[in-house]
Design a protein around this ligand. Structure first.
Ligand SMILES: [Zn+2]
Length: 239
């Protein structure tokens, strides 16, 4: 009798152990399935939810740390025939690379000789890091390069803005203070150089009596975040 009881207790214990192991196994398996299906809500989102801070002058904040400068000659990036778009772009090579593309001026009817550099000018407590192109309200603003509309964004300082990526998605072009967008312009849309994307205005913190396009160029990081990059002087590229 005692022996039978002892055996049944052992059996119960064994069953309990088996049940526990099975439960842990099933739970772990289910958690894996959830993760692989993206059901876990705490995964970081790839799309930015935080709007970029905008400079008082209509520009953006950008990291002050410059990327490591290239040891190769600045012109090498343009002249080499083998897939130049595949190589990383640094601020040192970006100006030469973009100059070689002979970008279209972003404001219709404005000649390179009319441009006035303002990249290093102070705007409040910050540096401008962009190019202001004065033009009457309503003057068409055109894409300087082929590429894609990365973001249409309204900010306090920049007003109505367009962020465009170049075809290689290594460079972003930023157009600010727009009066309006071109009809039908949408995020993700492919644009061609010279295509009208908006109109000169004074939205944001631009003076109403001094309508202009605030135009910036920045080199994107590997994450290709539309609000984040290292600015280069558009005047040096367009003049
Ligand atoms: Zn500006």
């Amino acid at each position: 009798m005692k022996r039978t009881r002892a055996v049944s207790v052992l059996w119960t214990l064994a069953l309990l152990v088996v049940a526990t192991v099975a439960l842990v196994g099933i739970t772990t398996f289910m958690m894996r399935i959830h993760r692989s299906d993206g059901w876990v809500a705490s995964e970081p989102s790839a799309s930015p939810s935080a709007p970029p801070a905008v400079l008082p002058g209509g520009g953006r904040t950008v990291p002050r740390t410059a990327p490591p400068s290239s040891s190769t000659d600045a012109n090498a990036d343009d002249t080499r025939a083998t897939a130049p778009e595949a190589r990383p772009l640094t601020t040192a090579t970006a100006v030469a690379t973009l100059r070689a593309r002979a970008l279209t001026l972003p404001v219709q009817g404005i000649e390179p000789g009319a441009l006035v550099p303002s990249f290093s000018e102070a705007r409040g407590s910050r540096v401008h890091e962009a190019l202001d192109i004065m033009a009457p309200t309503g003057t068409p603003v055109v894409a300087v390069d082929d590429g894609r509309v990365a973001r249409l964004f309204r900010s306090d300082a920049g007003g109505l803005t367009v962020y465009q990526f170049d075809p290689s998605q290594r460079v972003a072009y930023y157009y600010a203070h727009l009066l309006d967008y071109a009809a039908g312009l949408a995020e993700g849309q492919a644009v061609m150089r010279g295509q009208v994307i908006g109109y000169v205005g004074s939205t944001g913190n631009a003076r109403p009596d001094a309508p202009h396009l605030h135009f910036a160029i920045f080199v994107l990081g590997p994450e290709r975040r539309w609000w984040d990059g290292t600015p280069i002087d558009p005047y040096a590229v367009l003049k």
